[in-house]
Design a protein around this ligand. Structure first.
Ligand SMILES: *[C@@H]1O[C@H](CO)[C@@H](O)[C@H](O)[C@H]1NC(C)=O
Ligand SMILES: *[C@@H]1O[C@H](CO)[C@@H](O)[C@H](O)[C@H]1NC(C)=O
Ligand SMILES: *[C@@H]1O[C@H](CO)[C@@H](O)[C@H](O)[C@H]1NC(C)=O
Ligand SMILES: *[C@@H]1O[C@H](CO)[C@@H](O)[C@H](O)[C@H]1NC(C)=O
Ligand SMILES: *[C@@H]1O[C@H](CO)[C@@H](O)[C@H](O)[C@H]1NC(C)=O
Length: 452
C-alpha cells in the first residue's frame, strides 16, 4: 500500500497531502479489525447483509459516476418562503457550541438506567454496576453563551406532527437512545416498529404530540454490503448510491440526523459507477489503497445531494443535521482492565483535537458548509452540523469501559476484560449532543424562521 504512484480519484480534494493521508492508515488499519468487530458486531454476527441487496446487485454498477454538487436540479421555492434568511434578526448572534469547557454541575442526569426501556445493554453503565457517578455531574459551557438543560416538553413541541429519523451507525443509535430516554421523562412513547437483528430499525410514536422518532441502521449512509462471516472479510461501498433502507422513507421524514464515521475505518473496497476506486486495508486484493477520508467525504456528498434532489422535487420541507465524529478514548489494550480509565473530563490545556478525530470532523463540517452554499436556493432544505467532536473528545470518563458487560469485576479483576471506549454511557455526555440539537431545532423553528 501507499506507493508513490498512488492517484486519488477525487480530483477536487487534492489539498490533503499524501503524507497526511497515509499516516492514519498505518495507525488505524489494524485497529478496526480487532476493536470494531467486537463493538459493531456485538454478540452474533449478522447473517449476510446481502439479504438487503438481492443477488441481482452487480458488483460493478453501471451508471454515471459524476458527483459534483453543482448545478443542483431546478427547483423554485414558492415566493412566500424564499425570504426567511432575510428575516433573521441581526441581534441574534448564533451561539457557537463547539468551543467551551466542561464545568461541574450539581443537577446530574434527567434519567437513570431504569427510567426508559430503550438503553442498549452495553451502554447501561449504572445498571451494569459502574460504581463511580462523577461523570454524570458535568455540563458543557460554551465560550460565549449558555447551553440550557434539555427540556423534553420543548423538544416534543418542536417535533409535533413530525417524524425525526436518526440514520447511521451505533453512534446514531447511542444518540437516539439518549434523546428517547430524555423525552420519555415527559411523555411515554410506543414502540411501533422493530426490524433487523439487534433492533437496527425501530420507530417510536409519541401519541401526546403525534410525533415519530426512528432509527435506521446505515453505517455508510451510501449503499454498502457489510463484511460477514459468509462473505468477504471487507465491506463493499457503492459511493454513488444512497442506502435505500433509509432513503426509501425520505418522503415520510421531516428531520434527519446523520451520524457516521467509525465504520469507515474497516477494511473495504470502494465502487463508484462502473469503477473500482480502490480499497482500504485490503492486502491480497491488488487494489490501490486510498484510505477512508475521501471516501467519507464522497459518501456524505452523495447523501446530502440525494436528500436535496428527492425533497427538492416534491417540495416538502426537510431538515438535516450531521452529527460530527465522536472520538474514542482507548489508552491501553481493549481487552485489559483500564483501557479508558479516566474519571474526569480533560481540561482545555490537556487535550487538543488532532489526527484522525480532527480530520474526520473537518471533512464532515466542510461538506455541510459546501452543501449549505450550494443549496441556498432550496428554502425548504435546512442543514446544520452538530459539531460534537471537541466536546466529546474532552470526555474520556464517559464510556462504558468494562461496564459494557454487567458487573465485570464480580469475581475480581481477571486477565481479560473487554472494554468499550467508543460508545457513551446512558445517561452520559452524549445527552449534551441532544441539548445542542434542541437549540439547533429551536433556532430553526423560532419566530423568525419559516413561520412555524
Ligand atoms: C430512577 O429514576 C426513577 C424515576 O424516573 C426513580 O423512581 C428510581 O428510583 C431511579 N432509580 C435509581 C437507581 O436511582
Ligand atoms: C407516525 O407514524 C404513524 C404510524 O405508526 C403514522 O400513522 C403517522 O402518520 C406518523 N406521524 C408522523 C407525523 O409522521
Ligand atoms: C495487479 O494489478 C495490476 C494493474 O491492474 C496488474 O498489472 C498486475 O498484473 C496485478 N497483479 C496481480 C498479481 O494480479
Ligand atoms: C488541567 O489538568 C492538568 C492535569 O490534571 C492539571 O495539571 C492542570 O493544572 C489543569 N489545568 C487547568 C487550567 O485546570
Ligand atoms: C464552516 O463554515 C463556518 C461558517 O461559515 C466557518 O466558520 C467554518 O470555519 C467552516 N468550517 C470548515 C471546516 O470549513
Amino acid at each position: 500500500m501507499g506507493s508513490t504512484t498512488l492517484t486519488t480519484p477525487f480530483k477536487d480534494q487534492t489539498h490533503y497531502s499524501l503524507a497526511k493521508k497515509l499516516l492514519p492508515w498505518t495507525i488505524y488499519a489494524f485497529f478496526p479489525i480487532v476493536i470494531f468487530r467486537l463493538y459493531f458486531y456485538p454478540l452474533q454476527l449478522p447473517q449476510s447483509s446481502r439479504d438487503q441487496f438481492p443477488n441481482t446487485t452487480p458488483i460493478i454498477i453501471t451508471s454515471s459516476s459524476t458527483l459534483s454538487l453543482a448545478p443542483p436540479p431546478r427547483f423554485s421555492p414558492p415566493p412566500q418562503l424564499s425570504s426567511h434568511k432575510e428575516e433573521e434578526r441581526a441581534d441574534e448572534t448564533p451561539c457557537d457550541y463547539t468551543s467551551g469547557k466542561w464545568v461541574s454541575d450539581k443537577l446530574g442526569a434527567l434519567y437513570n438506567g431504569t427510567t426508559c426501556g430503550t438503553i442498549k445493554d452495553g451502554q447501561n453503565c449504572i445498571n451494569h454496576g459502574r460504581p463511580d457517578f462523577d461523570y454524570l455531574y458535568w455540563k458543557w459551557k460554551p465560550k460565549q453563551c449558555e447551553l440550557p438543560r434539555f427540556e423534553p416538553n420543548t423538544f416534543l413541541q418542536l417535533i409535533r406532527n413530525k417524524h425525526i429519523a436518526f440514520v447511521g451507525d451505533s453512534m446514531a443509535r447511542n444518540q437516539l437512545e439518549s434523546l428517547l430516554c430524555m423525552l420519555s421523562t415527559a411523555s411515554v412513547p410506543e414502540l411501533v416498529y422493530k426490524d433487523g437483528e439487534e433492533n437496527k430499525f425501530r420507530r417510536w410514536y409519541f401519541p401526546s404530540h403525534n410525533a415519530n422518532v426512528s432509527v435506521y441502521w446505515s453505517p455508510f449512509l451510501v449503499k454498502g454490503i457489510e463484511k460477514s462471516q459468509l462473505g468477504p472479510d471487507y465491506n463493499k461501498l457503492y459511493l454513488d448510491h444512497v442506502d435505500e433502507r433509509w432513503a426509501g422513507d425520505l418522503d415520510h421524514i421531516n428531520m434527519i440526523v446523520l451520524s457516521i464515521g467509525h465504520w469507515f475505518l474497516h477494511p473495504a473496497v470502494y465502487y463508484e459507477g462502473d469503477l473500482v476506486l480502490g480499497c482500504h486495508y485490503c492486502p491480497g486484493l491488488n487494489l490501490t489503497e486510498i484510505g477512508f477520508y475521501d471516501v467519507l467525504r464522497k459518501a456524505l456528498r452523495t447523501t446530502l445531494k440525494t436528500i436535496i434532489e428527492r425533497r427538492g422535487s416534491n417540495g416538502n420541507a426537510i431538515d438535516v443535521v450531521v452529527t460530527t465524529f465522536s472520538p474514542s478514548h482507548f489508552e491501553g489494550d481493549w481487552d485489559k482492565a483500564g483501557a479508558c480509565p479516566k474519571k474526569k473530563p480533560y481540561n482545555e490545556s490537556e487535550k487538543q483535537l488532532e489526527g484522525m478525530d480532527a480530520e474526520m470532523r473537518k471533512i464532515e463540517v466542510e461538506e455541510v458548509n459546501a452543501t449549505k452554499d450550494n443549496a441556498k436556493q432550496f428554502a425548504k432544505f435546512r442543514l446544520e452540523a452538530l459539531d460534537v467532536t471537541k466536546l466529546s473528545l474532552m470526555r474520556p470518563d464517559g464510556h462504558p469501559g468494562p461496564y459494557m458487560h454487567p458487573f465485570p469485576f464480580a469475581n475480581g479483576v481477571t486477565d481479560r476484560v473487554q472494554n468499550d471506549c467508543v460508545h457513551w454511557c446512558l445517561p452520559g455526555p452524549i445527552d449534551t449532543w441532544n441539548e445542542i440539537l434542541l437549540q439547533v431545532v429551536k433556532k430553526w423553528e423560532g419566530p423568525s424562521e419559516r413561520g412555524g
